[in-house]
Structure formats: structure tokens, C-alpha cells
Ligand binder design. Structure first.
Ligand code: PGA
Length: 247
């Protein structure tokens, strides 16, 4: 089976206004012939305008979350179908900031994945252990448990990726060592193959958590790393392009 095409996705979180569309245009202009698929996941309210700004470029637009239902009385929420209608092609689901801040369980994440598939959005499903879990020697169990619980059988035959984001590495400047990243990515690969058979080998496993231009080459070339999910460093075109070019 050929290696999956890498994916490098920027997660803007709750950052950015109309003025930031110029940053997205600069990313699209600089992305060139890199071997990865590249995506930006802006705040939902920018999805439509960013899709228009990036039309005809290689850079895809994604959402950061979506509801598990297609429509209904859910004040303030946004459905996968709405994101797709606004031009999104992918959606991040189960980010640790959602799992912790909004108490999203594996079951909720799995329901959201199903909603994304109904809307033909490509899910990027996040998993990752806390520092306490790592210190207790439970990182592999936690992460593979999240993979099993958050990835529904409906993903069989679909295009999706998993992002390994150790919670303690997000926005902290801390990163696991390369052997630590590889150990978790191999465990995720094992869980994917258990669940989806040989097709599980074609799923890109992204690393996320304090990826910067300075550490991107080492991380992106590590065993079983199929790309990156980038937070802070995706907000500035120069930094994000530095990561994209590290591949
Ligand atoms: P960071 O965030 O790159 O700012 O650490 C990563 C993420 O939360 O996806």
C-alpha cells in the first residue's frame, strides 16, 4: 500500500477577522509545489469568505468543529452541512479544547464524525493524552482508546485523518521527543489497522502540538507521521509556509 499523501492543516482557533484573509492569500500564494495537501481551518464565520479568497488555489478550507445533528434547535451551533455549504472540505473534530472545555466524549466525537460524513466533509479526528496520563504511563492506552471510541465504522472506505495532539504540548512550546511521537503514532496505526483492516494503513496520522518552522522537519519526517495540525504557527503566513516547506 502506498504511503498516504501528507496533510498539513492550520487551526486558527478563535483568532482572525476579515483582515486575516490576506494572511490566507499569502499562504496560498507561497505554497508552491509542496508534496502535502494544505488546509486552513479558520473560525466558522470566515469559512465562506476564505473559501472565496482561496478559490482556484491548492489550499483547502476546513471547519474546527461541527454539530452531530444536521439541523435543529441548537442555539449558537453550526452543522457540518453549513460548513460544507460555505465551502469547507474538511473539519477538525474532537480537538482537546472541545473535549476538555465542552466535555465532548468519544461518543459525541463519533456522532460528529458521522455528521461530517453525511455532509461529505473529510474529518480530522484529534486524540491525545494529558500530562497526568503520560506521567502515569497511560498515554498509549488513552490514545488508542480514543481512536477506538471516536472513529465510527462508517469511516470505512472514507478519506479521513487522525491527529495525535498531546494535550500538554498544545500552545505550550513543549513537544514530545521524536521517539515518543513515533511510539504513539505506531500505536495509533495498530489501532487503525485493527479497526479498518489494511485500509487503516492509508490514513494519515498528523502530529499536533507546538509545531514550528524550527522543529517541523524532524517531526514531519518521523516514522508514521503523515503531516501536522498547526495552531499558533498557522496564523502567520511565513511561519506556516516554513512548516509546509519543511516536508
Ligand atoms: P499549537 O496548537 O500548534 O498552537 O500548539 C495545535 C492545536 O491545538 O491544533
Amino acid at each position: 500500500m502506498t504511503a498516504p499523501q501528507p496533510l498539513i492543516a492550520g487551526n486558527w482557533k478563535m483568532n482572525g477577522t476579515s483582515a486575516s484573509l490576506d494572511e490566507a492569500r499569502a499562504i496560498a500564494a507561497g505554497v508552491g509545489e509542496c508534496p502535502a495537501r494544505v488546509a486552513i481551518c479558520p473560525p466558522a464565520i470566515l469559512t465562506h469568505r476564505m473559501s472565496q479568497a482561496l478559490a482556484g488555489s491548492r489550499v483547502l478550507v476546513g471547519g474546527q468543529d461541527a454539530h452531530w445533528d444536521d439541523a435543529g434547535a441548537f442555539t449558537g451551533d453550526i452543522s457540518a452541512e453549513m460548513l460544507a455549504d460555505a465551502g469547507a472540505k474538511l473539519v477538525i473534530l474532537g480537538h482537546s479544547e472541545r473535549r476538555t472545555g465542552y466535555r465532548e466524549t468519544d461518543d459525541i466525537v463519533a456522532s460528529k464524525v458521522k455528521a461530517a460524513l453525511r455532509a461529505r466533509l473529510e474529518p480530522i479526528v484529534c486524540v491525545g493524552e494529558t500530562l497526568e496520563e503520560r506521567k502515569a504511563g497511560r498515554a498509549l492506552d488513552v490514545v488508542t482508546g480514543q481512536v477506538r471510541g471516536s472513529l465510527p465504522a462508517e469511516l470505512s472506505g472514507q478519506t479521513f485523518s487522525v491527529a495525535y495532539e498531546p494535550v500538554w504540548a498544545i500552545g505550550t512550546g513543549l513537544t514530545p521527543t521524536t521517539p515518543e511521537i513515533e511510539e504513539v503514532h505506531r500505536a495509533i496505526r495498530g489501532a487503525l489497522v485493527e479497526q479498518f483492516g489494511e485500509a487503516g494503513r492509508a490514513v494519515p496520522i498528523l502530529y499536533g502540538g507546538s509545531v514550528k518552522p524550527g522543529n517541523a522537519a524532524e517531526i514531519l519526517h518521523a516514522d508514521e507521521v503523515g503531516g501536522a495540525l498547526v495552531g499558533g504557527a498557522s496564523l502567520k503566513a511565513d511561519d506556516f509556509l516554513g512548516i509546509v516547506r519543511a516536508l
